[in-house]
Design a protein around this ligand. Structure first.
Ligand code: ADP
Ligand code: MG
Length: 571
C-alpha cells in the first residue's frame, strides 16, 4: 500500500509552524518506486541535515548479480551508484529554499578513491541509499510547499536517475567495477611477486594541485614508463596482461633533481593502498596493503613507545625502550612513527626527505668526526634501514635526493629525470665501491624487538565534562573523543572525512577489547575482523550514511596520537 500521501498530509498540517514540528514526519513511507525512511529530523535549519534513506527492491533496479558477485565488485558498484546519486543531487536539488541548510539534498562526497562506505548498501534484496536533506524553513518556520517539492519532485527524480539500470550506462558501471577489481587483484599478487608496489606503464601520476587530488590536465603530463630492469608483467582478471614498474621488496631509493617527480611517485604509492576511479590516472598505481607513510611530526604526544632501535642515551638517562613525551622532536616523532607502524603490522615504510627530520635520516662522515657517537643519541635511519628488512622483513621506499650515503644500503636505485624513471642501481654501486668516504656504520648490534604495548582502557573516556558521550570529527584530521582532541594532521593516508568520523567511533568500539592483556595490535585486529564480518554499521547505534572504511594501521596511529593514552608494555 502506498502511503506517501500521508507525508503530504502531515506537511500540509505543520506548514508555517515552528521547525520542531518537522519531527512528525519521521517514519517510513511507501512511494511508487521506493520506500522512504525519514530516520532522523534535524533540530533546526542550521544543524546537521536530516538523515534519510531510500530503499528500492533489487529486482526493480535491473542490476544483475554479476555486479555484486564478490566483495571487491560490490564495493565498487556501491561507489559507482553513490557517485551517480551525488551528481544528481548537485543537478536536481534546488538549494535556495530558505535559511541555513534548507533545500540541501546530498550524500557523502565521493573522492578519487573507491572506498567501502555506508552511503550505499546493495544486497541481493535491495539497493539502499543513505543521504541527507536540509528540511526547508523561512525564519525557522516550516516551508511545506518547498518540502513537498523536495520529497515528491526532486527526490524521486534523483532516485530515478541514480538507482535504475535503465537510466545508467552498463558499460560505464562495468568499467568502474572491473578497474577496482583489477586493482584489488594486483595488490593481492604483489607479495608473491616479491613486490611492495607497482606502477603501470602509461599511468598519470601528477595531481591538479596540492589541494586538488584530481588528475593534472592531460596535455601537461609525462605518462609513466618503467625502466626495463624493473618492468614486470602482471595478469589481471579483467584487463589481462599489464606491464609496469614493479618495486621489489628490500630498500628502494628514489633520487633525482628537485622538481623531477620524486614525491609525485611516492605519493602515488602512499595512496596506492586504495583503488582509484577510472580516469584518475592511478588506476594501476598500487601498493601493498601494509604500506605506511612515515614522516616527522614534532609536537606530537608519544606514550611509552619503544624507540630504542633508533634512539638511545638521551640526556638525563631517559628510557627509550618506553619513551614518553608530550612534545616530541622531529627525530623522536619519526622514530616513534616507525616503531608504532611496525607494532601495528606495517610491512613497508614510505619516506620522503621533504617531510623527514634530517638528523634522523643521515649523519655524515664529517659530523661523525666532530660529534662523537657517544654524544649522539640517534642511530640514523641509513644505518638501520637494511636491518629492518633483514631482521624484520620490512621494506622501505625512500625519496632521497640529498644524501649519497644511502647508495651503500639500497637494493635498487631509481632516478627520476624529467618525470621519467631510470635504473641507476649499478652506477650507485660503482660509486660506492670507488669512493670510500670513511663513514662508519653506527647501527651496532641487532635491531632487537620492539616491545608491544597494551592499552589501558580507563585512559579512554568518551564522555565530555557535562557527562555526555561526545565522539565526533572536525574535518578529516581531527577526532574529538570526550574531552580529548586527537590531531591526525600527519597521517597522509587518510583520504576521506568519513574515515576520520568512523575512526572516532572505532576507538569507542575498540574499548570492549581492551582487557589489560591484548596488545594494541590485537585490539585493532579484532576491530578490523569485526568490520570485515559485520560491516561498518556496527560502529553506530543507528544507521548512518557517512562512515568510510579505514585501515587498522590508521586506527592504531590515531590511538597513538591520543594525548590521554596510557599503556603498559608487555613484559
Ligand atoms: P620532486 O619531489 O622531485 O621535487 P615533485 O614530485 O614534487 O618533484 O614534482 C614537481 C612538479 O612536477 C609537481 O608540480 C608535479 O605535479 C609535477 N609532475 C610530477 N610528475 C609529473 C609528470 N609525470 N608529468 C608532468 N608533471 C609532473
Ligand atoms: Mg619532493
Amino acid at each position: 500500500m502506498e502511503n506517501h500521501r500521508e507525508l503530504g498530509e502531515i506537511l500540509s498540517r505543520i506548514d508555517g509552524r515552528g521547525f520542531k514540528a518537522y519531527k512528525e514526519i519521521q517514519g517510513r513511507y511507501v512511494f511508487k518506486a521506493f520506500n522512504l525512511f525519514i530516520d532522523h529530523v534535524q533540530g533546526d535549519p542550521y544543524s546537521t541535515p536530516s538523515r534519510i534513506r531510500v530503499r528500492v527492491e533489487r529486482g526493480r533496479t535491473g542490476f544483475g548479480p554479476d555486479l555484486t558477485s564478490n566483495h571487491s565488485r560490490t564495493t565498487a558498484f556501491c561507489d559507482f551508484l553513490a557517485r551517480q546519486f551525488y551528481r544528481n543531487c548537485e543537478e536536481c536539488a534546488k538549494q535556495e529554499r530558505g535559511i541555513g541548510k534548507s533545500g540541501l539534498v546530498t550524500i557523502d562526497r565521493p573522492q578519487q578513491e573507491i572506498l567501502e562506505g555506508t552511503a550505499m548498501v546493495v544486497t541481493p534484496d535491495h539497493v539502499e541509499v543513505r543521504f541527507f536533506m536540509g528540511l526547508p524553513a523561512f525564519g525557522r518556520k516550516i516551508a511545506a510547499r518547498h518540502a513537498r517539492a523536495m520529497f515528491f519532485d526532486e527526490l524521486p527524480r534523483i532516485v530515478d536517475h541514480s538507482l535504475f539500470l535503465s537510466r545508467l550506462d552498463l558499460n560505464e558501471i562495468r568499467q568502474h567495477i572491473e578497474v577496482s577489481e583489477d586493482a584489488d587483484a594486483l595488490r593481492g599478487q604483489l607479495d608473491s611477486l616479491g613486490l611492495v608496489g607497482f606502477v603501470g606503464d602509461g599511468s598519470h601520476l601528477p595531481r591538479a594541485s596540492g589541494i586538488d587530488p584530481r588528475p593534472l590536465g592531460k596535455g601537461n603530463v609525462v605518462p609513466f614508463s618503467s625502466p626495463d630492469r624493473f618492468r614486470v608483467t602482471v595478469s589481471l582478471p579483467n584487463r589481462g596482461a599489464v606491464a609496469g614498474l614493479g618495486i621489489p621488496k628490500g630498500v628502494t631509493l628514489i633520487l633525482g633533481g628537485g622538481y623531477h617527480g620524486k614525491s609525485t611517485l611516492l605519493n602515488a604509492l602512499e595512496l596506492g593502498v586504495y583503488n582509484h576511479v577510472p580516469g584518475d590516472g592511478r588506476e594501476l598505481a598500487v601498493s601493498t596493503a601494509g604500506a605506511v607513510k612515515i614522516r616527522a611530526a614534532d609536537g606530537r604526544n608519544i606514550e611509552k613507545t619503544d624507540i630504542s632501535p633508533f634512539i638511545n642515551n638521551l640526556p638525563f638517562g631517559k628510557d627509550t625502550r618506553a619513551f614518553s613525551t608530550a612534545n616530541a622532536s622531529g627525530s623522536t616523532s619519526q622514530a616513534a612513527a616507525i616503531s608504532e607502524a611496525i607494532e601495528a603490522g606495517a610491512s613497508t615504510l614510505l619516506l620522503d626527505e621533504d617531510t623527514c627530520a634530517t638528523n634522523f635520516m643521515v649523519r655524515d662522515v664529517l659530523m661523525q668526526q666532530l660529534v662523537a657517537k657517544e654524544h649522539e643519541p640517534i642511530t640514523p635511519f641509513v644505518d638501520r634501514v637494511k636491518q629492518l628488512h633483514r631482521e624484520r622483513g620490512i621494506s622501505t621506499v625512500l625519496v632521497m635526493g640529498g644524501s649519497g650515503d644511502y647508495f651503500a644500503v639500497a637494493d635498487q636505485v631509481i632516478q627520476m629525470t624529467n618525470y621519467a624513471p631510470s635504473d641507476v642501481s649499478e652506477k650507485a654501486r660503482t660509486i660506492v665501491e670507488t669512493h670510500d668516504t670513511g663513514r662508519r656504520n653506527e647501527g651496532r648490534g641487532d635491531l632487537g624487538g620492539i616491545r608491544p604495548r597494551i592499552p589501558v582502557k580507563k585512559s579512554f573516556n568518551p564522555f565530555s565534562r557535562e557527562g555526555r558521550q561526545r565522539i565526533k570529527n572536525q574535518g578529516d584530521r581531527t577526532i574529538v573523543f570526550g574531552n580529548t582532541r586527537i590531531d591526525l594532521w600527519d597521517l597522509e593516508q587518510i583520504v576521506h572525512t568519513s574515515q576520520t568520523r568512523a575512526m572516532g567511533r572505532a576507538i569507542l568500539y575498540a574499548m570492549q577489547y581492551m582487557d589489560g592483556e591484548r596488545t594494541l595490535e590485537q585490539v585493532i585486529s579484532r576491530v578490523d575482523k569485526d568490520l570485515d564480518e559485520q560491516g561498518l554499521d556496527i560502529l553506530m547505534p543507528f544507521v548512518v550514511g557517512d562512515l568510510v572504511r579505514f585501515r587498522p594501521l590508521e586506527l592504531a596511529a590515531a590511538i597513538n596520537r591520543m594525548r590521554t593514552l596510557e599503556v603498559t608494555q608487555q613484559a
